[in-house]
Design a protein around this ligand. Structure first.
Ligand code: ADP
Ligand code: ZN
Length: 394
């Protein structure tokens, strides 16, 4: 697919990896000066976690944060690997789901980390999806004023998005992710084999974020996804390559705009509409999960761009066709239980934390791989567009 072959692994890390006779992982570096770190992507990385962690840290102990689903699947594997490298570990379990990203969940994880005698030179490991990553990451950012964090993402969404870039946090009664900190990990291990146990719906939802990177600024990646979608879903090297390309895309944007004052907003393609849909469906995962909302949001961003005369309708149709082939929704009519009214959608958009000085920011596109940031849109245009979206049944 891509022109940029991944760089050779750093000496220490490749020595750690090859000592276990596993395939050499793909490596993406996040260039953040003194806080630069590697993302490794490949099969069987959890088995090598001890040696890999030891290659970047002198920690003697680690708190492994998991949820009730990832604990029985992967916690023992990581503990054993750490043990073999002389790192003692304690496992901290939270309930699965967004509700753990609360003050209470955060307090419990922080206290458990302290009770496990994790010192400033030790580690917090987030072994789970985006929920565990955000929660454990925020705990790591604040316990003892900051403890090193290793992300071991176990969902496709977390491997391509939330584990990279340092955003951590919990939800407030006012809205999602409103309390948090930037805390970059010291290492990210994306073991592609763990995605085999992920429910199919969660995998598909994560794929919406994969597609998002292609739509932002990678037209060739989009073509490659069109040709390789089945193989990515099946696993193996195409899956690892797709994840690596997403991590490269995210790493590039994070390196130039770590705290989202500019270009990092491009990563919100599909999210202005998507967050509004999550809001109007009450964050009820039986109706809509985040990735599905992003899928519809990306298709809407393209149709809105067409409606504003910015993009060719053929591009929007190609995005919709790809989403359909991947088993993802693309229209408001696909939302179980309905997507509300123009008024509820507008109200939800006005609440988005990306609203600055009253105007929501839209990521629009001139075409596939040609997105841009549009701060503020004529409100009548938005209203008309939402009305036409609600009337259309696809
Ligand atoms: P996301 O990563 O999409 O933000 P979550 O952290 O909520 O979402 O994870 C989605 C669901 O998948 C949760 O129920 C979680 O426990 C479960 N899960 C995470 N990783 C795996 C895995 N590798 N295998 C099986 N289930 C998993
Ligand atoms: Zn997202």
């Amino acid at each position: 697919m891509n022109e940029q072959a991944s760089e050779p692994s750093s000496d220490k890390i490749s020595a750690a990896a090859s000592s276990q006779a596993a395939p050499v992982p793909l490596r993406v570096k996040v260039e953040l000066g003194a806080r630069a770190y590697d993302i490794l992507i490949g099969e069987g990385l959890l088995e090598q976690a001890g040696a890999l962690v030891a290659s970047i840290s002198s920690a003697k102990a680690a708190a492994i944060v998991v949820d009730e689903n990832t604990r029985p699947l992967y916690a023992d594997k990581v503990s054993a690997a750490l043990d073999a490298a002389g790192i003692r570990s304690a496992v901290i379990t939270v309930q699965p789901g967004e509700r753990s990203k609360s003050w209470r969940g955060y307090g419990e994880v922080c206290e458990a980390i302290l009770a496990a005698r994790i010192g400033r030179d030790d580690l917090v490991i987030a072994l789970g999806g985006g929920v565990v990553g955000d929660l454990a990451g925020f705990a790591a950012a604040t316990v003892r004023r900051g403890v090193a964090l290793v992300q071991m993402p176990t969902t496709l969404l977390a491997q391509v998005d939330s584990s990279v870039g340092g955003k951590t946090g919990i939800n407030s009664a006012v809205g999602k992710n409103l309390i948090g900190a930037f805390h970059q990990p010291s290492l990210v291990l994306a073991d592609t084999r763990v995605l085999d146990t992920l429910p199919a719906r969660e995998f598909r939802a994560g794929y919406a974020e994969v597609l998002k990177y292609a739509l932002i600024d990678r037209p060739q990646f989009f073509e490659w996804l069109e040709a390789n979608r089945d193989e990515i879903f099946a696993g193996g090297s195409a899956r690892a390559e797709a994840i690596a390309e997403c991590c490269r895309a995210k790493a590039e944007i994070v390196a130039v705009d770590e705290t989202e004052t500019g270009d990092r907003a491009l990563l919100n393609l599909g999210h202005t509409f998507g967050h509004a849909l999550e809001n109007v469906t009450g964050y009820d995962s039986s109706r809509l999960v985040h990735g599905e909302a992003v899928a519809i949001g990306c298709a809407m961003a393209f149709r809105f761009s067409v409606a504003l005369g910015l993009a060719d309708p053929a591009h929007a149709r190609r995005v919709e066709a790809h989403l359909a082939e991947a088993g993802l929704p693309s229209r408001l009519a696909h939302v179980r239980g309905g997507a509300g009214s123009v008024e509820t959608l507008l109200a939800a958009m006005a609440q988005d934390k990306k609203v600055r000085h009253g105007t929501p920011t839209f990521i629009l596109a001139h075409g596939i791989g040609r997105s841009f940031i549009q701060r503020g849109v004529e409100s009548q245009h938005l209203r008309d567009f939402l009305l036409s979206e609600l009337r259309s049944n696809g």
